[in-house]
Design a protein around this ligand. Structure first.
Ligand code: ADP
Length: 497
């Protein structure tokens, strides 16, 4: 069904050589409607393969399969059995890191080296971390002492139980990693899942779907239904789904909350950001330049945590922003499948138009581009890395999430000044601080309204560290052991002795 793409590993070439189906109840099936949609190579715009297009009817089937598995074999599995299965997924991902990495690079456009090491390598680690948590979900015992029952003895304890059938809706920027962040803790806690990958990048989740049977999961524990927003909407509104977890835009996050009101299913959200990256004049400036470029250029700026508001202390502003512009302009731009690529294409035509629109608006508002400001090449969805100065707080390029390789630089005078400016956002996902003064770093970290603060580094994620948003950046936390908290509910049992 597709044109041959040169350089693919046999396993990847084979995977994309046929149309891909959806995973429901352990079976690979077509959409009820028979419809399919194309997924494209962002470096060329060409079709990679076609994928079954899940809609409400398919979500219904998948939820029924997840319910049957939840009430059936999965509920009889002991935590240490779940642990072994989840661990096995991590091992299979490690064994096939190059295959998954190349498929991810092909579908998303990111560099194959990054996809293999970061997206797939880290995913394997997250699977194993959550495998360990499966056996460590504990309640507590409590001695009740109610004043109105002074003579009665009680024995009471809490149980942390799974929630049930979980709907999980993920974006296209880190497809397999977002599938992993969501699936691994849900399964560790004993839930079953219907996962809806993003329409731009369904392939790695579908390949991951093949791993569950191999690892020994009962059918229906993980169901994967690719499709568009309507499939996500059906999942978030479904009356037999007990929880929905979403990563994506704040705009869609609000729709999910509304859709969830029917049965008041639990909701966790990882949403947008416009994260501040603060550079004090006493920072290690070489490290700060490199780290500040990575803050907004990593993954071509398609990161919810991207440090896209760069606050630089006034006395170093001109030199620092010029150094950032110089470093950014030297990035090697190219297709993701080229391992030397540093900046790949944006994921889709829509994203390309959106990011280009913001750049045009910034220029029209009077911002000055120290570098970039246009398209790169004449095919694919490439945008030049762009550094804007001379911006005002009310410009759309300063306020809104762009999701491309675009940063705005703003000068500041002192600690108070920068904390206020940095917090002047509807978002509160992440923040960076560059300084050699430890006290100043801690003071600033405490003042920032952000779920993650990274000092003298950016993108300082860790499997064991909770991640999530303040303000309109989200509800709940992923990673760490807090992820499992959001996939359990507490029951109190009180026994009169
Ligand atoms: P982006 O703007 O970065 O593409 P979105 O928030 O639009 O991100 O999409 C993230 C995920 O949410 C995708 O899987 C998409 O299909 C899904 N989605 C889009 N609209 C809805 C909706 N109304 N309800 C549920 N999911 C949706």
């Amino acid at each position: 069904t597709t044109t041959t793409i040169p350089g693919l590993l046999p396993a990847v070439a084979d995977f994309v050589s046929t149309d891909r189906k959806m995973l429901i109840g352990g079976q690979w099936v077509d959409a009820a409607s028979g419809r399919t949609f194309a997924t494209n190579d962002p470096a060329t715009g060409r079709v990679i393969t076609n994928v079954a297009q899940g809609e409400a009817a398919d979500i219904d089937r998948a939820v029924a399969a997840a319910r049957a598995a939840y009430e059936g074999p999965w509920s009889r599995m002991k935590p240490n059995e779940r642990e072994r299965l989840i661990w096995r997924v991590g091992d299979i991902l490690s064994e096939r890191a190059e295959i998954f990495g190349q498929l991810e690079a092909l579908d998303n456009g990111k560099s194959v080296a990054i996809a293999t090491a970061v997206d797939v390598g880290w995913s394997a680690d997250v699977w194993r971390y959550n495998a360990g948590l499966a056996t460590k979900i504990t309640g507590s015992s409590v001695t009740p002492s109610m004043p109105f029952a002074p003579d009665q003895q009680f024995h009471a304890y809490t149980r942390r139980e799974s929630i049930g059938v979980c709907g999980q809706i993920i974006p296209w920027n880190f497809p397999i990693l977002m599938a992993t962040w969501k699936l691994a803790p849900a399964l560790a806690a004993g839930n079953t899942v219907v996962l809806k990958p993003a329409e731009q990048t369904p392939l790695s989740a579908l390949m991951l779907g093949e791993v569950f049977e191999e690892a020994g999961f009962p059918p229906g524990v993980v169901n994967i239904v690719p499709g568009f927003g309507d499939a996500g909407a059906a999942l978030s509104a479904h009356m037999d789904v007990d929880k929905v977890a979403f990563t994506g835009s704040t705009e869609v996050g609000k729709k999910i909350v509304h859709a969830a009101t029917g049965n008041l299913k639990k909701v966790t959200l990882e949403l947008g950001g416009k994260s501040p990256n603060i550079v004090y004049n006493d920072a290690d400036l070489d490290a700060a330049v490199a780290g500040s470029v990575a803050a907004w250029m990593f993954n071509h700026g398609q990161c919810c945590v991207a440090g896209t508001r760069m606050f630089v202390q006034r006395d170093i502003f001109d030199d620092f922003t010029q150094a950032v512009a110089n470093a950014a302009s030297q990035a090697k731009i190219g297709p993701g499948l080229d391992p030397t690529t540093e900046l790949g294409p944006l994921v889709s035509q829509e994203q390309f138009d959106r990011v280009s629109g913001y750049i045009q608006q910034g220029l029209a508002d009077g911002a000055r581009a120290l570098t970039g400001g246009g398209r790169w090449g004449d095919e694919g969805y490439f945008v030049e890395p762009t550094v804007f100065v001379d911006v005002k707080p009310e410009f759309s390029i300063v306020e809104e999430e762009i999701f491309g390789p675009v940063v705005v630089a703003l000068p500041f005078d002192d600690e108070e000044d920068v904390a206020r400016a940095a917090n002047d956002s509807i978002y509160g996902l992440a923040a960076g601080i560059w300084t050699k003064d430890v006290s100043k770093a801690h003071r600033t970290a405490a003042k920032l309204q952000a779920g993650s603060v990274w000092v003298n580094q950016y993108n300082g994620f860790d499997t064991a560290l909770p991640f999530g948003g303040f303000k309109q950046s989200g509800w709940g936390r992923e990673l760490g052991d807090s992820a499992v908290d959001h996939y359990t509910q507490t029951k109190s049992v009180n026994i009169a002795l």
